[in-house]
Write a protein that binds this ligand. Structure first.
Ligand code: MN
Length: 226
């Protein structure tokens, strides 16, 4: 194989128990928990999920996350992340479910001030959502090693104070439905990560604050903003 010119490193996420998961694309669902839809001022009815994306190298692991430039209102959103081992187009929910390799905890970091401006002016969300280091992730746990269900708790604490707390049963669209819907828009492939939305309680983060994001049974995410 010819060598890459220039030499670049490809993004990956570690897998619990060994191995690296190469990240191809990152998709995210907007508003998948009714109580978060309400806190953002929209109708919590079960409308079809909508999607946005982040660059693959927004995925980061580690205990330090740089506070991004061009914002004074960085928000946390704790989310269940699906890691795909295969893909396809127009997948049924059953086929979509089989494409899921494992799960991780992720934080959809958001420059809320830029997002609010984009919403108001009808502009793209890209730089509100898809900036450098905007997708802190925990290790991926292969699905056969975890049981997740409606009662599974999802939460996030800032400096030891719980800010977000919910259950996966509060999601309007279940993982297989999300993957199925997304595959109607784009062909999905191995290496894709899908953030599945956040429960209520999103809020601002400041420099030096410590974030712990957890979903029962999955490796947690812990980082300090710098
Ligand atoms: Mn989100």
């Amino acid at each position: 194989m010819p060598k890459l010119l220039p030499q670049i490193s490809l993004p990956y996420v570690t897998v619990e128990g060994g191995g690296l998961f190469p990240v191809r694309r990152i998709y995210c669902v907007g508003r998948n928990y009714a109580d978060h839809a309400r806190e953002m001022g929209s109708d919590p009815d079960r409308e079809p999920p909508f999607f946005f994306s982040k660059p693959a190298d927004a995925a980061i692991q580690g205990h330090h996350v740089p506070y991004p430039p061009m914002t004074s209102d960085l928000h946390h959103e704790v989310e269940l992340v699906l890691a795909l081992a295969s893909g396809g187009r127009d997948l049924t929910p059953e086929a979509a479910d089989k494409a899921i390799f494992g799960y991780a905890v992720g934080v959809d970091l958001t420059r809320r001030d830029l997002q609010a401006e984009a919403k108001e002016k009808g502009r793209p969300w890209d730089l509100a959502k898809g900036f450098d280091n905007s997708a802190p992730l925990g290790r991926i746990l292969p699905r056969e090693r975890v049981e997740i269900g409606n009662a599974t708790r999802i939460q996030l604490a800032v400096d030891g104070v719980t800010k977000q707390s919910g259950t996966l049963g509060q999601m309007s669209w279940a993982p297989a439905e999300i993957v199925s819907r997304l595959s109607a828009y784009v062909e999905l492939k191995a290496g894709d990560l899908i953030f599945t939305g956040t429960p209520s309680g999103v809020g601002p983060l400041e420099r030096d604050q410590h974030v712990v994001a957890e979903i029962d049974g999955l490796p947690r995410v812990m980082f300090t903003l710098e």
